[in-house]
Design a protein around this ligand. Structure first.
Ligand code: HEM
Length: 409
């Protein structure tokens, strides 16, 4: 079987992915590709097939052992065994373990309803904008909205939700930087070092919370119980790291690239400014149009099977290319048109099935707060460089900005 190389990581793809995605949709629904680090895999590029893949628990699983494969986890051979618990987070698990883990964290999440926390998140954003405005007025230089807002805001939100001390955020922000480079041995080395440091830090925070419970999800997770089950120490550490990582960079990309998209579509920005009630459909359209998480984690067929015209072998990796499914013309009219009025908008940006994003309400709320406050306060906000000079993140499998220099007014 021939495998194709589609470069889903170049600046030109990130700048304008739609022609490549259109080709992949046309060649789909199932395309064999070679992908950096993951090797050869199947990519599911059409909406209906991607949705089916993510919901079909009879034929597709996440854990190699559920597919009868000898290896214990999806970890590559070079991954340190001491970090095995990281591979056993719920995003990599099948039922019934996944249900148990997700049930415990869902409970804790429910008690910290997003709506209840919204005023606090609003206040965090207001303070960040106050600081940016002072800086802009004082220096008169363009402001980088990724460094000044898109990165620190989701980090502040997820840290507050977890109950992590505010003074530790700069340290975490630095560690998170290790995940953003183009795949290379050096980046890999840095990533492993960062995971190790985060692991040690979270273990320590859990120890402190056990001794003296405080507000936040960590203390909730310590006491969460379901049918008399609790999280083990390793499961708790991995769960908090998953929440911290999944809840951070994804939202950074939605806010950063979302602002860029609005600034490069001035008529859509004007519509939003003149009717603030469009903010919800705007966020959903940004999720569809950008797919900040471009693809899911791999699934595996439990047996050899003929699926959408391709012969898949047991244990082979199959990913849903959400970015392609979200621009499938069979599902979305004029898919490469950014239209904040699009409704309904049944995009797959948060995945589907049992692993559908746990933080989707939180992510939507964060993006709404960022857009509302920023545009209402600085309606004349504009890019400080031509769109072609903007740099996109080199992180694999995501689409977001590295930096976004703007003039606030
Ligand atoms: C724009 C923001 C976000 C996007 C685009 C996004 C996207 C996704 C996607 C596509 C998945 C499914 C992946 C798969 O099936 O392999 C997922 C799962 C997940 N997300 Fe998000 N996410 C976002 C924000 C968040 C936030 C803020 C949190 C945390 C508070 C979060 C926590 C999770 C978790 C824990 C899972 C795994 C769920 C499970 O396995 O049951 N995400 N997300």
């Amino acid at each position: 079987m021939l495998s194709r190389t589609f470069d889903l990581n170049s600046q030109s793809y990130k700048q304008n992915p739609y022609p490549t995605l259109a080709r992949m949709v046309a060649e789909g629904p199932v395309v064999r590709v070679r992908f950096p680090w993951l090797g050869k895999l199947w990519m599911v590029t059409r909406y209906e097939a991607a949705s089916e893949l993510l919901r079909d628990r009879e034929r597709f699983v996440r854990e190699p052992r559920s597919a009868g494969m000898p290896q214990r986890s999806n970890l590559p051979w070079w991954f340190p065994r001491s970090m095995q618990p990281m591979a056993e987070v719920m995003i990599n698990r099948d039922e019934p373990d996944h249900r148990r883990l997700r049930g415990l964290v869902d409970q804790a999440f429910l008690r910290h309803g997003v709506e209840q926390l919204r005023p606090r998140f609003d206040a965090i954003m207001r303070q960040m904008l106050d600081e940016l405005e002072v800086k802009f007025r004082r220096d008169g230089h363009p402001i980088d909205l990724v460094a000044g807002l898109a990165r620190p805001f989701p980090l502040a939100v997820i840290s507050e939700l977890l109950g992590l001390p505010a003074e530790d955020r700069p340290m975490f922000a630095k560690l998170a930087g290790a995940f953003s480079g183009r795949p290379s041995p050096l980046v890999l080395y840095r990533m492993l070092g960062a995971i190790k440091s985060i692991n040690t830090y979270i273990r320590e925070q859990i120890r402190i919370c056990r001794a003296k419970p405080r507000q936040g999800l960590i203390s909730e997770l310590i006491s969460a119980r379901q049918e008399d089950e609790r999280l083990t120490e390793d499961e708790m550490v991995s769960m908090v790291i998953l929440l911290l990582l999944a809840g951070h960079m994804t939202t950074v990309h939605l806010i950063g690239a979302g602002l860029y998209t609005l600034l490069t579509h001035p008529e859509q920005k004007r519509s939003l400014l003149s009717d603030g009630s469009l903010v919800e459909t705007t966020v959903d359209e940004l999720l569809r149009y950008l797919s900040p998480v471009q693809m899911t984690k791999p699934m595996m067929p439990v047996r050899d099977l003929e699926w959408h015209g391709k012969r898949l072998q047991r244990g082979e990796k199959v990913v849903a290319l959400l970015a392609a499914a979200n621009v499938d013309p069979q599902k979305f009219e004029h898919p490469d048109r950014f239209d904040i009025h699009r409704s309904p908008n049944p995009h797959l940006a948060f995945g589907a099935g049992i692993h559908v994003c746990l933080g989707l309400r939180l992510a939507r709320a964060e993006a709404e707060i960022a857009l509302e406050q920023l545009l209402n306060r600085f309606p004349k906000l504009e890019l400080a460089i031509p769109p072609s000079q903007v740099t996109w993140s080199r992180q694999l499998g995501t689409r977001g900005m590295e930096a976004l220099p703007v003039r606030l007014m």
